[in-house]
Design a protein around this ligand. Structure first.
Ligand SMILES: [Zn+2]
Length: 214
């Protein structure tokens, strides 16, 4: 599936959802205590499976009094990926991958689609437009927007997790969330399924903006 992730990022680039080095994706299989994430700063038009970073999920009781914590650690994967570092949005992905919730595979895709960002910039909460468009809300549950938060921050990760209703077992109530002035995060069981949530929401945002009624 790493190859499929490379394919969707090429497609995302062609659709103007990212510039060359933007965007990041992670994938985890439920029966494994690690996941893969795209490296920081590589050109997505030429992304290769052996450039991914492999991230171990460590779980243990730390602190006083001890409480359950999860820690990410970089594992060896390929010679090429040794010289790369994980995406700066690792906190966002780690929080969504450390516990899986339902499903055997979880894919998290973060990109910057033009019309989703334009709609949020115009003051639209993406969760409110979905109710008016049945072809969107039949297949894609849209969370309330996350407000202005700095990119590659724990705050961005925490607000996204909160608005997606991520619980301690890894369950999530929504398929996609928008981050104002920045982009979207979509989650599903395959790269193309996550991609389709973005595609559907982007299409409706384009329609709403074209109508001028919002
Ligand atoms: Zn971003």
């Amino acid at each position: 599936m790493l190859e499929t992730i490379c394919d969707i990022m090429v497609d995302a680039y062609k659709r103007n959802w990212i510039t060359s080095r933007d965007g990041n994706v992670s994938i985890r299989h439920q029966d494994r205590d690690h996941f893969y994430i795209t490296p920081s700063g590589v050109r997505k038009q030429t992304l290769q499976p052996d450039q991914f970073k492999k991230i171990g999920i460590e779980k243990g009781y730390y602190g006083q009094p001890p409480s359950m914590h999860y820690l990410p650690h970089v594992l060896d994967y390929s010679d090429i990926s040794k010289n790369l570092v994980p995406s700066g949005e690792l906190p966002l992905h780690f929080g969504l991958q450390r516990e899986m919730g339902k499903g055997d595979v979880r894919v998290v895709v973060h990109v910057h689609p033009t019309y989703c960002i334009a709609a949020m910039h115009a003051g639209i909460d993406l969760s409110t437009i979905s109710s008016k468009f049945p072809e969107l809300n039949r297949y894609t549950k849209v969370a309330p927007n996350v407000g202005d938060v700095p990119p590659i921050s724990q705050e961005l990760a925490d607000r996204c997790h909160e608005n997606l209703h991520l619980d301690s077992y890894g369950n999530i109530d929504y398929d996609i969330v928008g981050i104002k002035g920045h982009g979207v995060v979509a989650i599903d069981t395959s790269p193309w399924r996550a991609f389709e949530h973005i595609e559907r929401l982007e299409h409706i945002c384009q329609i709403v903006l074209a109508s001028g009624k919002f």
